[in-house]
Write a protein that binds this ligand. Sequence first.
Ligand SMILES: [Zn+2]
Length: 215
Amino acid sequence: MTQFKVLISIILVLELFGLPSPVLAQINQPRKQIIVIDPGHGGKDFGAVGINGILEKDVVLKIAKQIIELNETTFNNQFEIYLTRYMDTLISLGDRTKLAKKLKANIFISFHCNHSDNPNARGVEVYVSKKQGKYSQESILLAYDLQKGLKENLGFKSRGVKFADFQVLRETVNCFPSVLLELGFLSNKEEKQFVCDSENLDSYAYLILNHLIKE
Ligand SMILES: [Zn+2]
C-alpha cells in the first residue's frame, strides 16, 4: 500500500469513529507563508541619521510593526510574520539570519533607509545577494516586483535592483528568497518628510504585504 493510501485509510477510520483527527486538521490547514522582516540596526547602532536627527533604526522598526498590524487587521492574518527585533535593541547580523532559518521562513526582507551627503539623492533601492544561491532567481523577481510597486504606487524614484555582498542576504540566499530594501533617503527633505507621516508608513506596509500575496 502506498503511503497515500495508508493516510487515506487512517483518515477514513478516524472519521468513521468520530475521533479527533490531527491528521485531518493538518490537511485542512495549509501552512501559512512565514515572512521574516528584519528591521535594520537598533540599540547603539542608529543606522543613518537624517534631517532633524531622524534615525533609520526607528523608521524601519515602525514600518515592520505596521506590517504586523496590517496583517492582522486588513489581511486576515494571511501570513505568519516575525521580526528579527521588536524593540530598540541591537541584534547581530548572524543572529538575524539564524532566526529566519530556525523559523523556516518562506521570505526574508531586511528594511533599511538610505543616507547621502548629497541632499538631492533620492529614491528606493532593492538589493539581492551578489553570491549566487538556490533562491537567487526568486530573490531577483521579488526585488523587481517590490521596486516597481514602490515606484508606481508610492511615487518613489527607482534606483533599481542592485547586487551586493550583504551578510543578511549572503547567509539566506540558499535557504529562501531574500531582499534588502532601502526605503528612501533620510537625508532628502521630501523623503524624510514622507517617513514622518504614519499614514505613509501604512502605505509602505500595505504595498509590501500586497506584493507578498502575489509571490
Ligand atoms: Zn541601514
